[in-house]
Structures are given as structure tokens and as C-alpha cells.
Design a protein around this ligand. Structure first.
Ligand code: CTP
Ligand code: CA
Length: 224
């Protein structure tokens, strides 16, 4: 366990971190979601706090417990995550590690949907969720000095992540290959490439805790 450095390099800095999946209701007992354990986002929040940052941790329903020593805001849906992020700003830096559901169910039901015996399945309609990372990256006033997005890709990782960084307008993209054969999703290790205006920097395969410590140190350097 890392002891928080009261006088660490991020002392006095407010850093916002989103983490985990969002859950989008179909009805009161069913939802759609992205796969996300919340492990990498949680580790990043813990590492930032260990460097002395004042961390707001906005999290969906994750498998892992939130870290100690951070302000935890629990949400379910993407729209609730956006509201929580807006309420937590301003921040010196913002890290968007959450696996946000791109779509919510537009025809969600307020009461439990029942089989009617006809053998016919219900049709779900979808509506696009707000892009929280893009909205914060493109803020005209009060934008965090450093905005970090993630890109979980299964193909052409570097090219897709570079295009994503330009499209969203964030400063860095932390890209990783989540193809099933890598074992990264749900595992304890990660192999990331950081895309910034300095190009692409690939780190070796490390534990998610080690990746988190390196990202936190890089953020501290960028804010110093
Ligand atoms: N993100 C977000 N809000 C959304 C969707 C994504 O804040 N509604 C953030 C994620 O937290 C991540 C980054 O955007 O930091 C990239 O997410 P990703 O799903 O890879 O990007 P998308 O633009 O949704 O593109 P894709 O079609 O590849 O899913
Ligand atoms: Ca997406």
C-alpha cells in the first residue's frame, strides 16, 4: 500500500477520474453495459492520491472497490456520469478511464417487461449517449489543463487511437489492445501506448498498478 504523500508533487491539484462501466436500464431489472472491471481507473485514482492529488472518482458499478482517500461519486448511467463530471469541475487534470455505454435504451420501460406468451421478443431502440470526454476536451472556458482519454481497441490500435485523440480534442490517449487473446480485459496486466502531441510511446506489458503509477507520474510532470 502506498502512503499518501502529503507533500507529493500533486499536492493542491484537483484531478477528476472516471472509471468502471455505465449501466443503461432496459427496465427496472435489466440493463446493457460495457465490460469493465474498473481495475485500471481505480489504480490510477489510487496512484494520483498517493502523489498528493485531491481526487474526485466518478465510478459506475465496478467489480473492484474504490480506493481509499479519494472523493467517490457513484453513478449508474452515462448521463449521470456526465452530470457528476460537470459538478466536479473545475479540475487541473481529468482522466477518462470509464467504459461508457455509447447508447442507452430509448424505449426503456418503467415497469418490468413480461413475456406475453406469444414467443415474440421485444425490440429495443437506442439513443446515443453524450460523449463526456469530447465535451470536456472541447470546453471553451475552464477546461482542465490536461485531459486524458482511453481507447480500448481490438484492431489497428495506434492508428485508431491517434484518430480518436484528434476527433475528441484530448491531450493524451492511453490506448490498449483488448483483443481477447491478450487477456487484458478483466486481467491484472495492461500494455499501453500513450498518444500525445509528441507521438506514440509504448510501454512494456506491466501490472495495472504499475501502469497507473507511471500515468500518475507523467501527469505530475505535465502539471508541474
Ligand atoms: N467516453 C466518454 N463518453 C462516452 C464515450 C466514451 O467519456 N459517451 C470516453 C471514454 O471514457 C474513453 C474515450 O472516451 O476515455 C474513448 O472511448 P471509446 O469507447 O474508445 O471511444 P468512442 O468515441 O466511443 O468510439 P468507439 O466507436 O470506438 O467506441
Ligand atoms: Ca465507445
Amino acid at each position: 500500500v502506498e502512503a499518501a504523500l502529503a507533500d507529493g508533487p500533486l499536492k493542491g491539484k484537483h484531478v477528476l477520474v472516471t472509471s468502471g462501466p455505465t449501466h443503461e436500464p432496459i427496465d427496472p431489472v435489466r440493463y446493457i453495459a460495457n465490460r469493465s472491471s474498473g481495475a485500471q481507473g481505480t489504480a490510477i485514482a489510487r496512484s494520483l492520491a498517493a502523489l498528493g492529488a485531491d481526487v474526485t472518482f466518478v465510478t459506475g458499478p465496478a467489480d473492484v472497490a474504490p480506493p481509499a482517500g479519494v472523493k467517490v461519486v457513484k453513478i449508474q448511467t452515462a448521463r449521470e456520469m456526465k452530470e457528476a463530471v460537470d459538478a466536479a469541475l473545475p479540475a487541473d487534470a481529468a482522466v477518462f478511464a470509464a467504459a461508457v455505454a455509447d447508447w442507452r435504451v430509448a424505449n426503456a420501460s418503467g415497469s418490468k417487461m413480461k413475456k406475453d406468451g406469444s414467443g415474440k421478443a421485444p425490440a429495443l431502440e437506442f439513443a446515443e449517449n453524450p460523449d463526456i470526454l469530447a465535451a470536456v476536451s472541447q470546453m471553451k472556458k475552464g477546461r482542465p489543463k490536461l485531459v486524458v482519454g482511453f481507447a480500448a481497441e481490438t484492431d489497428d490500435v495506434e492508428a485508431n487511437a491517434t484518430a480518436k485523440r484528434a476527433r475528441k480534442g484530448c491531450d493524451w490517449i492511453v490506448a490498449n489492445d483488448v483483443s481477447p487473446e491478450t487477456g487484458i480485459m478483466g486481467g491484472s496486466e495492461n500494455a499501453v501506448t500513450i498518444i500525445s502531441d509528441e507521438g506514440a510511446e509504448s510501454w512494456p506489458r506491466l501490472t495495472k498498478d504499475q501502469v497507473a503509477a507511471k500515468i500518475a507520474a507523467k501527469i505530475a510532470e505535465a502539471l508541474s
